[in-house]
Design a protein around this ligand. Structure first.
Ligand SMILES: C[S@@+](CC[C@H](N)C(=O)[O-])C[C@H]1O[C@@H](n2cnc3c(N)ncnc32)[C@H](O)[C@@H]1O
Length: 205
């Protein structure tokens, strides 16, 4: 299969669905890859578009499934509060929506102890403000880097079953860092090490 930059997360999701009992999914950021995958693998999926009405309509026209509920809502708090009001908790939250709220989505999910929280584009620390992640001590963080695009990182934050993730072998992916919890921000030091090893910056004094 040809490598597609925008689908670097799908092999990771295949592993997640094989290892965890994922029935209910809440995703932010509709798209051609994750949304169909979730609809085909989960019992119930809520997909939230935050920014583009046009994109929302386009994806709605492509997917027609009784287990899928598309929602247009810019504010993730409103969506999580609706889940709270319905006494519902997703088994997995995927943060791939509006840049300004990607970190907020992950934090709102972890505040609710959602078992698996997945971050797309975790390497873009400042753009998505991942430095503001507030990872509770019961979560571990696993970063999966795509080997064909070292800059593409998908992160799994899990509050249980962490040893399963430690043993994973995902074709085309490296598991680059493991088991950090707040306030550590390990991706930063990793990037510095990569740059040093490639001679892009000088050695530490
Ligand atoms: C990276 S996409 C979501 C991808 C999706 N989770 C997937 O894996 O297929 C995130 C957001 O980008 C915006 N977007 C992506 N492609 C777009 C397009 N062609 N036109 C307008 N907005 C787009 C939408 O707002 C969408 O929610």
């Amino acid at each position: 299969m040809e490598f597609d930059n925008y689908a670097s997360h799908l092999p990771v999701f295949e592993k997640v669905f094989a290892a965890f009992e994922i029935k209910k999914v809440l995703e932010f950021g509709l798209g051609k890859f994750s949304t169909s995958f979730f609809v085909n693998h989960a019992e119930f999926v809520v997909s939230v578009e935050q920014e583009s009405e046009e994109w929302y309509e386009e994806i709605k026209a492509r997917i027609n499934s009784p287990n899928w509920r598309p929602v247009f809502q810019p504010d993730p708090k409103v969506v999580f509060e609706q889940f709270d009001a319905d006494n519902q908790k997703p088994d997995l939250v995927f943060s791939d929506g509006a840049a300004r709220t990607r970190c907020l989505v992950a934090n709102l999910a972890m505040e609710r102890n959602v078992p698996v929280v997945v971050l797309h584009d975790a390497e873009k620390i400042w753009h998505y403000k991942w430095n503001l992640l507030c990872i509770p001590a019961n979560y571990a963080r696993f970063n999966f880097r795509h080997r064909k695009d070292v800059n593409k990182v998908t992160t799994i934050l899990a509050n249980d079953n962490q040893s399963i993730l430690e043993q994973w072998d995902i074709p085309d992916h490296d598991r680059i860092l493991q088991a950090y919890s707040s306030p550590c921000q390990p991706v930063i030091s990793l990037h510095i090490e990569i740059c040093r090893s490639q001679g892009l910056i000088g050695q530490a004094k």
